[in-house]
Design a protein around this ligand. Sequence first.
Ligand SMILES: *Cc1c(COP(=O)(O)O)cnc(C)c1O
Length: 379
Amino acid sequence: MGFSTKAIHAGVDPDPSFGSIMTPVHLTSTYVQQGLGENKGYDYSRAGNPTRTALETNIAALEGAKAGLAFASGMAAISAVFHLLETGDHVLVSKNVYGGTYRLGKLVLNSFKLNFDFIDTTDVKNIERAIRFNTKMLFVETPTNPTMEITDLNAVAKLCKSRNLISVVDNTFASPFLQNPLDYGIDIVMHSATKYINGHSDMIGGLLALNDKKLIERLKFIQKSAGNMMSPFDAWLCLRGVKTLAVRMARHEMNAMEVAQFLTKQRKVKKVNYPGLVSHPQNRLARKQMRGFGGIISFDLGSLSAAKKLLKRVRLISLAESLGGVESLISHPATMTHASVPAEERKRIGVTDGLVRMSVGIEDVEDILADLKQALAGV
Ligand SMILES: *Cc1c(COP(=O)(O)O)cnc(C)c1O
């Protein structure tokens, strides 16, 4: 089955009661049991809910996984993954991950004696050098947020297998339409469903997809124990959104390529980061492991004041955090998504004060370009 067909049908069976083609929102906390130990597969909605199951089956199909798990947010999904660790364990993480991932590791879980190191994962030798006796996990984001660096999934999966590390990939930016990390031997793929998978900026959610039986069992157990699962209504919204993932991603990408090319021609723009540009240092690797380059672009205007002016002047494009929705959004990583990363560290990972990130929406590209043109004129 092709991707679009799976996106529309996987996990979604007509409801046996009335034949409704859409999965019902099963707003229920508990389920009536036929007798002691007899039920229809569900006993309490923290442990399982049919609407959530439909979405979990769907993401598993889209990522080519044996199982999917849906959480209350992308961070809840990441938090569940970090619950696989034990006191004293060491984790290697891509140096410019999502700000929330940095915050969770460095400012929350550090007090549980879990050690996080943020390193350049674009060079496998660099990862190898950073592995310690207590390293248990490698957490990679590719493409990274917001500088759009790419990590070689094949090389990373091999290294993790040989060194007995759990490999995790945050696949939020690519979406399963453009990249399937499990195909390269990665253990766990994670998504902020809030972004492309739902795609309509109307819910918060997180997803995991994986193949290993032991890890599936453990993560299900963690989800049930910690109670950080996705609500049935959010699962329903997300199921509705995911049906159009393929058509949305194709359009995001078309628009983003035009915007990226436009930006490279602007005198006021010092640098454009988009993996689809041949000028991107890892354009070849991106072509090898992704089926496209997605809808996120970051670009440098050289200074905070220039970035401020642009963000003040945009009209169609909204100044907001988040990404992956149908509408174009623009943000300033240094003061928004990466505000909890210390200034020194921001400098090291390339999140400069002049850097602006754009999530290119699926509006008519002429309108997006016109807005950028008029906004840049005032910079
Ligand atoms: C948004 C995002 C997250 C966190 O997801 P939430 O749904 O906001 O909790 C994690 N990783 C990446 C790459 C993101 O963009």
